[in-house]
Design a protein around this ligand. Structure first.
Ligand SMILES: Nc1ncnc2c1ncn2[C@@H]1O[C@H](COP(=O)(O)OP(=O)(O)O)[C@@H](O)[C@H]1O
Ligand SMILES: [Mg+2]
Length: 227
């Protein structure tokens, strides 16, 4: 998986949870929970990169609202070609088999599981129950969004990792690293420490230092509020 060019800042507890869940021993799963822009997708991708480095096969899917109109829509690329439309139970069986057989100790990352259709949620629960696959799931909190992964962490199939906005020192470190230290930041309390807000005000380019070329001016970097 291609790494993000922005350095990962903070998240020591999440990294620790990742190495515990995806390290030695029977496969375990992670559910990464937090508000929009806090860094759920980033942390999930870091977890899969970690797993790849440790010899595990990885698969990735991202849920979207349109894909939820089709059963297993966001996960369709994981299922081998079917000769004809299969019934949901056949789809579930084929998808489970495809993931389990994806390679050594497979890890399936699924972003934004609160957007998945019901059959996809069923598939994730069945995969967790096989004990042969690790799941790395992200869920957005807030707006009364139900957490379809809750049964996994409540029933002990997964470790729940809550992400909160970065602290002041971490936000300063992030802005300073990205802009080579040549920046006058607003107090990080202005951005609330949301990495997504920091990124949009510092520029979306992935190259270190590229934030210099964008507006708003550098002194505003770190401002704004997470979505
Ligand atoms: N701990 C972090 N260190 C550096 N950059 C981060 C961190 N967390 C998130 N980001 C960056 O902030 C942006 C928003 O993060 P993202 O993972 O997309 O948020 P979410 O999925 O929670 O909405 C992305 O560009 C991501 O790479
Ligand atoms: Mg995301």
């Amino acid at each position: 998986m291609r790494p993000d060019a922005w350095p990962l800042v903070g998240r020591a507890a999440a990294i620790e949870a990742t190495s515990t869940a995806l390290g030695e021993g029977p496969p375990q799963s992670l559910v990464i929970v937090g508000g929009a822009g806090v860094g759920r997708t980033r942390m999930a991708r870091e977890a899969l990169t970690w797993a790849e480095r440790h010899g595990r096969a990885t698969l990735w899917a991202a849920a979207t609202a349109p894909a939820a109109h089709v059963p297993l829509g966001a996960l369709a690329h994981l299922i081998p070609t079917l000769e004809e439309a299969a019934d949901p139970l056949v789809l579930l069986k084929r998808a489970t088999q495809a993931v389990v057989e994806a390679g050594p100790a497979p890890v399936l990352g699924v972003d934004d599981v609160h957007l998945l259709d019901r059959l996809s949620i069923t598939l994730l629960h069945q995969l967790a129950a096989t004990g042969e696959v690790s799941l790395v799931l992200t869920v957005r909190t807030g707006d009364g969004v139900p957490d379809p992964a809750a049964p996994l962490w409540k029933d002990g199939f997964a470790t729940r990792v809550d992400l909160w906005p970065l602290g002041r020192a971490e936000t300063e470190q992030l802005v300073s690293t990205v802009l080579d230290g040549d920046v006058e930041t607003r107090p990080p309390s202005a951005s609330g420490g949301w990495p997504g807000a920091t990124r949009s005000t510092c520029g979306r380019s992935s190259r270190k230092g590229a934030g210099r070329a964008v507006s708003p001016p550098r002194r505003a970097c770190g401002g704004g509020k997470g979505r």
